[in-house]
Design a protein around this ligand. Structure first.
Ligand code: AMP
Ligand code: ZN
Length: 465
């Protein structure tokens, strides 16, 4: 079966055929660094991470670019409120963003261009000049440059807007706006007092770029005029991605993007998680409460990207339980497989159903369903003594391949040294049949937040729920 994706542009599931396989050029809108990213943002980045890992698993070479928006209305407003220079202000949030990516095991993009880098500002100015040359960009009375919507008949195609029914309400200078305010949008914003010392020289005087031209220019500078995949959250479709298409295609005359993939929102009690709504959790909020990056990753990855995902603490608890099941199963297989090198072609270990599900528009819930079926079935066979060490070894290798996509292996530091020592002491006591010492050690472990259970494969340790 070919890989297939739902393309926001056509609203259809399409076979995936990149322009020049095995290369896949992928652009993903990154964070606006005016605050810590919240876990809703990370849902989008984890979906993109799974997409990249799956394409790589299928033999593609993915060149992924993720931009950093370090100048726009919000970064300027907040840096001024904090009385800090813009670059110093955004540095804090850039650094913590990269730290959060590591915590969530998100593979770094090949490039992380930042909008304020001089070469990209230059590219933005060049593109606006090209648009001006074609009569598409014009300078208005406020000295800012705007995109003339009437010159791009395809505007609205991505968001499926019927422009005849929406009456343009005039020019919009804000980076973000609603469909009701459709109008010529800002490409270059002439300096005004609210910008403080944030300004670059341009042929039109001092000013700064609009948010949309930033992405068009960075994508073009690094990946060229034609991309295979462009991603973001659904809130990026309008106006941001619509504007990117208008700018890029008007400059290059080429189709900007083949496949537009957008992930649905992370919700809290029926509402989109958003900084503006005040209903958000940052990664730090959750790790401070004892949740691990791995547990949060599992929570965010486990629902198909086009379905809204409701964030709850019960969901995190369920992720913890699912991971404990996987860990227990992997340990059991490893124990059984010890000292066995023969090959096995057990059907469980040669199945590609997990990857096949992902081929189908990244159907992760189908894929995880298959993983847990495999867990159940192989545990049953092990209970019956009907699974050989060679089968176990083959299945571990199968799991390793799948885990290249999921990245859910246990944290190496998950069990602190002192807990590990207590566990070993207890194993020793049990080998000596010193049940009193064994029970005392179990209570000590429990008091320190770790529950130990005795299974026929040995002790099993889990953090106390
Ligand atoms: P921003 O920093 O607001 O530009 O957002 C960065 C990325 O996170 C964009 O791709 C957004 O579409 C995405 N995003 C923002 N809020 C959510 C949410 N609640 N759920 C999923 N994705 C989101
Ligand atoms: Zn963007």
């Amino acid at each position: 079966m070919p890989i297939r994706f739902f393309n926001t542009l056509s609203r259809e599931i399409e076979d995936f055929t990149p322009i020049a396989p095995p290369l896949v050029k992928m652009y993903t809108c990154g964070p606006t660094v005016y605050n810590f990213a919240h876990i809703g943002n990370f849902r989008a980045y984890i979906f993109e991470d799974l997409l990249q890992r799956h394409l790589e698993g299928r033999g593609y070479q993915v060149h992924r670019v993720m931009n950093i928006t370090d100048v726009d209305d919000k970064t300027i407003r907040n840096s001024r409120a904090a009385a800090q220079p813009l670059d110093q202000f955004t540095r804090t949030f850039k650094d913590s963003f990269f730290e959060d990516l590591r915590t969530l095991r998100i593979q770094p993009a090949a490039d992380f261009p930042a909008a304020t880098e001089p070469r990209y500002i230059e590219r933005m100015i060049e593109m606006i000049q090209q648009l001006e040359h074609h009569g598409i960009a014009y300078q208005a009375d406020d000295r800012s440059l705007y995109f003339r919507l009437s010159r791009f008949p395809d505007y609205g195609k991505l968001a499926h807007l019927d422009l005849d029914k929406l009456r343009p309400t005039g020019r919009v200078r804000n980076d973000d706006y609603e469909k009701e305010n459709i109008g010529d949008f800002a490409l270059w914003k002439a300096w005004d007092q609210a910008d403080g010392d944030i300004a670059w020289d341009s042929p039109w005087g001092r000013g700064r770029p609009g948010w949309h031209i930033e992405c068009s220019a960075m994508a073009n500078a690094i990946l060229g005029p034609e991309l295979d995949i462009h991603c973001g959250g659904v809130d990026n479709i309008f106006p941001h991605h619509e504007a990117e298409i208008a700018q890029s295609e008007s400059c290059t005359g080429k189709k900007f993007v083949r496949y537009w993939l957008h992930c649905a929102h992370l919700m809290v009690q029926g509402q989109k998680m958003a900084k503006s709504a005040g209903n958000f959790y940052t990664l730090r909020d959750l790790t401070a409460q004892g949740w691990t990056g791995r547990e949060i990753r599992h929570t965010l990855i486990s629902v198909n990207y086009r379905l809204p995902l409701n964030f709850t603490f019960d969901g995190l608890t369920a992720a913890r339980a699912a991971l404990a099941r996987i860990d227990e199963w992997a340990t059991r297989l490893t124990t059984l497989a010890a000292a066995e090198n023969r090959a096995s072609l057990h059907p469980l270990a040669t199945s590609t159903l997990f990857q096949d599900a992902l081929d189908d528009d990244l159907n992760i819930s189908g894929a995880l369903g298959h993983l847990f079926d495999t867990l159940r079935e192989s545990n049953r066979l092990m209970d019956q003594g009907a699974f050989t060490p060679a089968d176990a070894r083959a299945l571990i290798n199968w799991w390793r391949n799948i885990n290249q996509l999921l990245a859910l292996d246990p944290d190496p530091s998950a069990i602190p040294d002192n807990i590990q020592s207590l566990l070993e002491a207890r194993a020793h006591a049990r080998a000596q049949k010193d049940w009193l010492a064994s029970d005392t050690l179990r209570d000590t472990l429990l008091a320190q937040g770790w529950e130990v259970k005795d299974t026929k494969d040995g002790q099993r340790l889990t953090p106390r729920p």
